[in-house]
Design a protein around this ligand. Structure first.
Ligand code: PGA
Length: 263
């Protein structure tokens, strides 16, 4: 037990995966695992982030589970409301479809889709205005880490959004620290390195907001059943954002259990 009062979150980020039949099977397998051995809702928040076209169908599937499992959007438009914005999905329309949670600032969005602080601020602001809960992703590249800039980069990414988050709105934010070099590579930050960065993030949050000690800080980057218990034991690691391992119900379940039981 780490003694933390923050309820852990374990969120599966499916990215641009899987095909429909496999997604339904995954949820069905996860449901069976939860039936055999439930994971207490008060011990761990759980969620899956499917592709946008599957959000509502996965949400209805998740509604038949024996506990709440959130449906999380992987992205949101920088444009608010409705209008002539072909291809975009606004925070208001996500909310209108019953989607309450959203990932913002994932490194794949930052790097592949050139989302900079200016764009991310708009997304954060729109999602908060629509009263969504945001999982805001931060993390440094390998070059930045090797140059000794990891902390500065990560803290800057948090400072980038501070001007659009009001004092009360910090309660609707979760931070996910995802070192880019650990994403999808099989390389995890060591629990010591991850804990050290999480502690810095906590310090940074405490300087920005009175709610700093209450904000969950998730770790992401090759989290798997084999390393979940060790990561969960770190006092400032309040959950996991899981990519690859969330595409397997058993692996995801074991990670969720590690956090529910360790925290
Ligand atoms: P990974 O992805 O677990 O496959 O490394 C994590 C993420 O990008 O959220």
């Amino acid at each position: 037990m780490s003694g933390s009062t923050i309820t852990p979150w374990v969120i599966g980020n499916w990215k641009m995966n899987p095909v429909k039949a496999d997604a339904l099977q995954l949820v069905e397998n996860f449901k069976q695992l939860l039936q055999v051995q439930p994971i207490d809702e008060n011990k761990c928040y759980l969620g899956f982030a499917p592709i946008s076209i599957a959000l509502t169908s996965i949400q209805s599937e998740l509604a038949s589970l024996n506990r709440v499992v959130y449906t999380v959007a992987q992205d949101v438009s920088r444009v608010a409301g409705m209008g002539a914005y072909t291809g975009e999905v606004s925070a208001e329309l996500l909310k209108d479809h019953g989607i309450q949670y959203v990932l913002i600032g994932h490194s794949e969005r930052r790097e592949i889709f050139a989302e900079d602080a200016h764009i991310l601020k708009k997304k954060i602001s729109n999602a908060l205005n629509a009263e969504m809960t945001i999982i805001y992703c931060v993390g440094e590249s390998l070059e930045q880490r090797e140059a000794g800039q990891a902390e500065a980069v990560v803290l800057q990414q948090i400072c980038d959004i501070a001007s659009v988050v009001s004092a009360e709105q910090w309660q609707n934010l979760v931070i996910a620290y995802e070192p880019i070099w650990a994403i999808g590579t099989g390389k995890t930050a060591s629990p010591e390195d991850a804990q050290a960065m999480h502690a810095k993030i906590r310090e940074g949050l405490n300087q920005i907001t009175a709610l700093g000690s209450k904000i969950a800080i998730l770790y992401g980057g090759s989290v798997k059943p084999e390393n979940a218990v060790e990561l969960a034991a770190c006092p400032d690691i309040n959950g996991a954002l899981v990519g690859g391992a969330s595409l397997n119900a058993e692996s995801f379940y074991q990670i969720a259990q590690a956090f529910a039981n360790t925290k």
